[in-house]
Ligand binder design. Structure first.
Ligand SMILES: CC(C)(COP(=O)(O)OP(=O)(O)OC[C@H]1O[C@@H](n2cnc3c(N)ncnc32)[C@H](O)[C@@H]1OP(=O)(O)O)[C@@H](O)C(=O)NCCC(=O)NCCS
Length: 170
């Protein structure tokens, strides 16, 4: 299978924050942001694999900044590493200043998607070839994150998480 670059799966979704999507402090409801990120990540995984894809795990979410009512929010997703049938998707969330138009990073998340066939059976995906320094950095750390996610899910013994363990011993 031909290797693909992260830019081939990059997915950018921009939308407003409406009153029905906010909490009592008039900030975007966390679950609404999770859903927006899941949608963008799903498109990204599909663009990389050209298969049906399902969310296998939400590995990390950081709600670093509240997103106020009326904000213009951009969710940007791209595959950061492809394994055998699974893909790590890195999602950056930006908000646009109402007056200057300047974009600033609000949140980020990391999801795992799995490509499946028509019967729901995991199926192989193309490898990923990172290009930029940031893409290479995210690619390099993705194996440790996969091992951590599998350990937490009870699908990998901590003793078998070689690269993850090396992070704490080196
Ligand atoms: C995700 C799913 C396809 C995995 O099926 P499975 O039978 O566990 O398959 P496997 O054990 O062979 O795992 C498939 C891949 O997913 C990875 N994976 C499974 N669980 C994972 C987790 N918690 N974190 C990271 N990766 C995970 C495996 O490492 C494997 O990756 P690889 O082939 O690239 O090495 C299956 O659990 C499923 O269909 N879940 C429901 C998905 C869904 O409906 N999502 C929407 C939520 S409402």
């Amino acid at each position: 299978m031909r290797a693909k670059t992260p830019s081939e799966s990059r997915t950018v979704m921009t939308d407003l924050v409406l009153p029905s999507e906010t909490n009592p402090l008039n900030n975007l409801f966390g679950g609404e942001l999770l859903a927006r990120m899941d949608r963008a990540a799903s498109i990204s995984a599909r663009r990389h694999s050209r298969r049906i894809t399902v969310t296998a795990s939400v590995n990390h979410v950081a709600f670093n900044r509240a997103v106020p009512l009326g904000s213009v929010v951009t969710v940007e997703a791209a595959v950061s590493r492809a394994f055998n049938t699974s893909m790590e998707i890195f999602i950056d969330v930006w908000i646009e200043d109402r007056f200057t138009g300047e974009r600033s990073k609000a949140n980020e998340a990391i999801y795992t998607f799995v490509a499946v066939d028509d019967t729901g059976k995991p199926t192989e995906v193309p490898p990923l070839e990172p290009e930029t320094d940031l893409e290479k950095e995210r690619f390099a750390a993705a194996l440790r994150r996969k091992q951590l996610s599998l350990v937490l899910a009870g699908k990998l013994k901590p003793s078998d998480a070689t690269e993850l363990k090396a992070l704490f011993t080196s």
